[in-house]
Structure formats: C-alpha cells, structure tokens
Design a protein around this ligand. Structure first.
Ligand SMILES: Nc1ncnc2c1ncn2[C@@H]1O[C@H](COP(=O)(O)OP(=O)(O)OP(=O)(O)O)[C@@H](O)[C@H]1O
Ligand SMILES: O=c1ccn([C@@H]2O[C@H](COP(=O)(O)O)[C@@H](O)[C@H]2O)c(=O)[nH]1
Ligand SMILES: [Mg+2]
Length: 191
C-alpha cells in the first residue's frame, strides 16, 4: 500500500514550496499533479499536449484518467518512498471518483494538508512567481480561483467531514508555515 498525503489549497497558497521542504526533510516523495501535467504537455509524442494546455490556461480540470495515470506511473517509479505528497489533487468530484476507482485499493490516505491563505495574497504571489507559467496571468488566475472555490473547496469539505483535514494558515512566512506543518506530520506519524 502506498502512504499518501493530499496537499490542497488555493493557487499560490504555497503547496509546492512546503512539499519541497517536506520531501527534503521527512522522506516523502513530492508529486505535483500540475507539474506532471506540464511535463506531459511538453513530452514529444504526447496525444494530450494541446488538451492539457487548454485546461491549464482556462484553469479548468483535466480528465481524471490522464492525471491519475500520471500519478500512478510516478508512484510506481518510486516504490521505495516512505510516502507520497500528492500536491494539487484531487481537485473535483471527477478526480475523487477516478482516484478511488484506480487507486482506492492501492493506497492508505493518511490525511489532507490544507494550506489556507486569502485569495488576494495567493494571486499576488502567483503574479510574482516568475516561473513563466502560462496560467500566471490575471485572466487565468480569475478562472483558477473560480474553479478552486466551486470545485476544489467542496472536496476539502468532503475530507473535513471524514476528519481527515489538517489546516495550516499559509499566509505567514514560509518558516512559520513549515514549522506547523512538521508538527502535523509528527502527530500523524505517531498514531
Ligand atoms: N508562505 C509564503 N510566503 C510568501 N511567499 C510564499 C510563501 N509560500 C510560497 N510563496 C511564494 O509564492 C509563490 C507560489 O508558491 P507555490 O508555487 O509554492 O504555490 P502553489 O500552492 O504550489 O501554487 P499553484 O497552485 O499555483 O501551483 C512562489 O513564488 C513562492 O515562492
Ligand atoms: O489534478 C490536477 C492538477 C492540475 N490541473 C491543471 O493544472 C493547472 C495547474 O495546477 P497547479 O496545481 O497550480 O500546478 C490547474 O489549474 C489545472 O488546469 C488539473 O487539471 N488537475
Ligand atoms: Mg504548485
């Protein structure tokens, strides 16, 4: 069984930043669904490149069969991992249902790390991220935030009802956020 922590929060809430630090210090392998989709978009011969780019620019959500397969392939490649941080997935009901179908019997879902941060702060961070992402512009960001509010936040609420959500306020400096995140992992791994 793969041990999995889902990491969710609005665009720019710091998911990638915090996951990189957990990977470095706690031995979990960081798998960003967005990064995997961007890599697939760039892969020569991919039949999904245009479809993925269209969804990314529009802040809409790629069909789960594509994303989930990329995640599973990445997990199989790192079967030695202590656990996986699945960053930015599941984002909607289609994602959740597809994940359960494909991975339900193969994973142990430890908890959901929810990085909460006001949307205006998140947008400002994305606009200054400087990574040249095709969706870090005002138009795409409006759509990404709408998708987050309409489709992803209800998934966090779903996990909340199951008692699985650990919320950390990520509006604060990275070192403060990370210190609280480490406490969450320590508590979860003591159980
Ligand atoms: N706590 C923080 N305080 C200030 N800036 C931060 C903080 N966390 C992350 N950042 C910066 O904000 C930007 C977005 O961070 P990051 O890429 O980690 O967010 P994300 O949640 O993965 O975003 P996305 O959902 O768009 O992939 C980056 O430039 C990062 O350096
Ligand atoms: O599970 C996923 C994850 C991402 N997407 C698409 O990618 C972009 C960027 O995602 P980030 O997490 O911000 O890197 C997102 O807006 C979606 O269009 C997806 O479809 N499914
Ligand atoms: Mg990210």
């Amino acid at each position: 069984m793969y041990k999995v922590v889902f990491v969710l929060g609005p665009p720019g809430s710091g998911k990638g930043t915090i996951c990189a630090q957990i990977q470095e210090n706690l031995g979990y392998v960081h798998l960003s669904a967005g990064d995997l989709l961007r890599a697939e978009r760039e892969r020569e011969g991919s039949q999904f490149g245009a479809l993925i780019e269209n969804h990314i620019r529009n802040g809409s959500i790629v069909p789960v069969e594509i994303t989930c397969s990329l995640l599973e392939i990445a997990m199989i490649a790192r079967e030695d991992a202590n656990g996986f941080l699945i960053d930015g997935f599941p984002r909607n009901e289609d994602n959740l249902a597809g994940w359960k179908r494909q991975m339900g019997e193969k994973v142990n879902e430890q908890f959901v790390l929810f990085l909460s941060c006001p949307v205006d702060v998140c947008i400002d961070r994305c606009l200054h991220r400087g990574q040249g992402r095709t969706d870090d512009n005002v138009d795409s960001l409006k759509k990404r935030v709408d998708t987050y509010n309409q489709s992803t936040f209800p998934i966090i609420e779903h996990f909340e009802k199951l008692g699985m959500v650990r919320e950390v306020n990520s509006e604060r400096p990275v070192n403060e956020v990370y210190a609280d995140v480490v406490k969450v992992f320590a508590a979860a791994n003591q159980q």
